[in-house]
Ligand binder design. Structure first.
Ligand SMILES: [Zn+2]
Length: 265
């Protein structure tokens, strides 16, 4: 006598494995594009923050004789300080530039949300962006303050859209500015050789990889705020083989001991 064997409803082991395999394949295909989309969204949000910071700087400059961010405190005069580490959180430039200024927050850290790039968890110095040090001579003497680049100033050999104002930094770097290799010459000869000597610094801070994150937002590069207050995502410039137009007309030669410095012939 035959016993009718009814098949229980459900999947066999093989069917189950096939289904799991297909799901795994789909995840493998979709995950990279999902993370790419997230990275893209973060880069766009970062760029938007930079645009907002640019607006605040412009408003500050309009009210302060064109100076984009306050000068470093000199002697006993109260004022802001540049560095992470040797300043109080309420002495940093966003306290002077942002309206309203950042609130104290936990531990009196005065973190401004616009100053934190969305991909930074807890960046050193409580900020993600560095100003170009060219815009604020580090010495606070009267002479160097006179040489500061102000809003509306013409910069020799460059259009405002070429000059970098602010850039995403390495999260570990505590600095509030991109470090500039200042020379006395550069400061005292502002209108003749200043920009010639400092042209790399004005365009990209290529000497300071420890501060500027060149590929913070993926393979496409990093976000830059320019002197015309535009924001763009770009790969870093490689050091130029030739100086920009105007400088190249035989008036300057390259000083090989200091490859990013130009001296008069
Ligand atoms: Zn960013």
């Amino acid at each position: 006598m035959r016993i009718a064997r009814t098949r229980r409803p459900g999947f066999t082991l093989v069917e189950l494995l096939v289904v799991i395999g297909i799901i795994a394949l789909l995840i493998a295909i979709l995950l990279p594009s999902l993370s790419r989309a997230r990275a893209q969204a973060n880069s766009v949000k970062c760029a938007s923050q930079m645009r907002d910071i640019g607006n605040q700087l412009m408003i500050y400059a309009t009210a302060n004789k064109g100076v984009l961010w306050p000068q470093k405190a000199v002697g006993g005069v109260p004022g802001f300080k540049h560095r992470g580490g040797d300043e109080q959180p309420d002495e940093r430039w966003p306290m002077y530039v942002f309206n309203p200024p950042p609130p104290p927050g936990p531990g009196n850290r005065y973190i401004h949300p616009l100053m934190i790039c969305p991909i930074d968890q807890d960046p050193a110095g409580d900020h993600s962006y560095n100003m170009n040090g060219v815009f604020a001579p580090l010495s606070g003497s009267r002479d160097t303050r006179k040489k500061i680049i102000r809003l509306g100033n013409k910069i020799k050999y460059y259009t405002p859209s070429e000059v970098v104002l602010m850039v995403d930094k390495w999260p570990q770097a505590p600095e509030w500015h991109l470090d500039v290799q200042w020379t006395d010459d550069a400061l005292t000869q502002w209108d003749t050789t200043f920009c010639a000597r400092q042209w790399d610094w004005l365009v990209f801070n290529i000497q300071s990889p420890a501060e500027e994150a060149k590929y913070k937002h993926g393979k496409s590069g990093n976000n830059y705020l320019r002197f015309d207050f535009s924001v763009s995502n770009e790969p870093p410039n490689e050091p130029r083989a030739t100086p920009p137009r105007g400088i190249a007309k035989g008036r300057f030669i390259r000083d090989m001991a200091a490859p990013h410095t130009y001296i008069k012939e």
